[in-house]
Design a protein around this ligand. Structure first.
Ligand code: NDP
Ligand code: OXD
Length: 315
């Protein structure tokens, strides 16, 4: 059985070695070297060259090495075989850590404490209970639900918004465009874990920010986005921060990545940036997940529906 590895942006050698080590019985081939297109039964990919997968006549499934499939689905020649994305406890836990870390940093006013420390000032800063803050989760999929479980355990009030109605313990849920304003009006801290699709493109804009509630001790609404950069209008984020419509923005994803050095976001005092690493995962865990998926398909078993991409929906 042959697995083609087609990786742009990351270091392909590491993944080739990993798959060979984790599955010595598979023939692992490198898409950068000449290969027989008819040999590839499975492909493990991250942002492969458009058109590459269309030329593989025996391809049975594509394994995307990340949770988001927007870059892959942007290839109009993508063959009509199942696309499997990463859903793995390691990735999920790391995203939840990142979300919780940033919600707590705002809520517990770490910037104010750091500033006071810089002045050698012993000053008590008002910190209300978690229950006085409503965290609004945009996206109640694998990642949104896990973050909700941990934030709920910490006592935050939770609301959530998704395309179809979701029932999530401890979360008041809203669905679809019609219920978006009501969701925003309840939200103090907006945590975005949505995929990049034509529907979500540009939705994090000034109009949306103006609909948020925002808690007094946070200085207004807080935006936390680890979904995708195409969701956000960065000029609107800067304008909203400068106008006081947003108190702070924590961004892991950007319209253009790497974020250009000329971006005003870098130096903005109300912006926290991480370089698309919110869910930096144990690569061996992801590799084992892909190998497990290949073995399941080879045995005629079904893959967890949460991992199988619905190409009509775009995620
Ligand atoms: P899921 O597919 O499990 O969940 C997606 C959620 O978004 C669902 O609740 C879905 O609604 C909702 N959604 C999709 N489109 C819309 C829409 N138009 N309006 C309202 N809600 C919508 O994805 P995951 O939770 O696994 O991952 C979410 C995203 O996180 C990924 O697509 C990726 O872009 C990003 N990500 C970022 C990482 C990082 O390091 N920064 C790492 C991993 C993922 P419904 O429930 O109705 O289907
Ligand atoms: C992603 C990922 O989709 O890293 O961003 O999994």
């Amino acid at each position: 059985m042959t697995l083609l590895v087609a990786i742009e942006n990351w270091i392909p050698e590491l993944w080739l070695d990993r798959f060979r080590r984790l599955a010595p019985d598979l023939e692992v081939i490198d898409a950068r070297a000449p290969f027989d297109p008819a040999a590839a039964r499975f492909a493990a990919v991250w942002k492969p060259k458009p058109g590459l997968l269309a030329g593989l006549p025996k391809l049975e499934a594509i394994f995307n090495l990340g949770a988001g499939v927007d870059a892959l689905l942007a290839d109009p020649t993508l063959p009509h075989v199942p696309v499997v994305r990463i859903v793995d406890p390691d990735l999920t836990a790391r995203m939840t850590e990142w979300v919780v870390m940033n919600v707590l940093a705002r809520h517990r006013r770490m910037d104010d404490h750091r500033a006071a420390q810089g002045r050698a000032e012993w000053r008590s800063i008002h910190q209300p209970a978690a229950g006085s803050v409503t965290v609004g989760l945009m996206g109640l999929g694998v990642l949104g639900k896990d973050a909700a479980a941990v934030l709920g355990r910490l006592g935050f009030d939770l609301v959530g918004w998704s395309r179809s109605r979701q029932v999530v313990a401890g979360v008041e849920t809203f669905a679809g465009a019609a219920e978006l304003p009501a969701f925003l009006a309840r939200t103090d801290v907006l945590v975005v874990l949505l995929p990049a699709t034509p529907e979500t493109r540009g939705m994090l804009n000034r109009d949306l920010f103006r609909g948020l509630r925002g808690a007094e001790h946070l200085g207004g609404p807080v935006l936390i986005n680890a979904g995708r950069g195409s969701l956000q209008v960065e000029a609107d984020i800067v304008a909203a921060l400068d106008a006081g419509e947003l108190a702070h923005a924590v961004l892991d994803v950007f319209e253009v990545e790497p974020l250009p050095k000329t971006s005003p976001l870098w130096a903005h005092p109300k912006v926290t940036i991480t370089p698309h690493c919110a869910a930096d995962s144990d690569a061996d865990a992801l590799g084992r997940r892909v190998i497990g998926g290949i073995r399941a398909l080879m045995a005629g078993e079904a893959i967890d529906p949460a991992e199988v991409v619905d190409r009509r929906r775009g995620y």
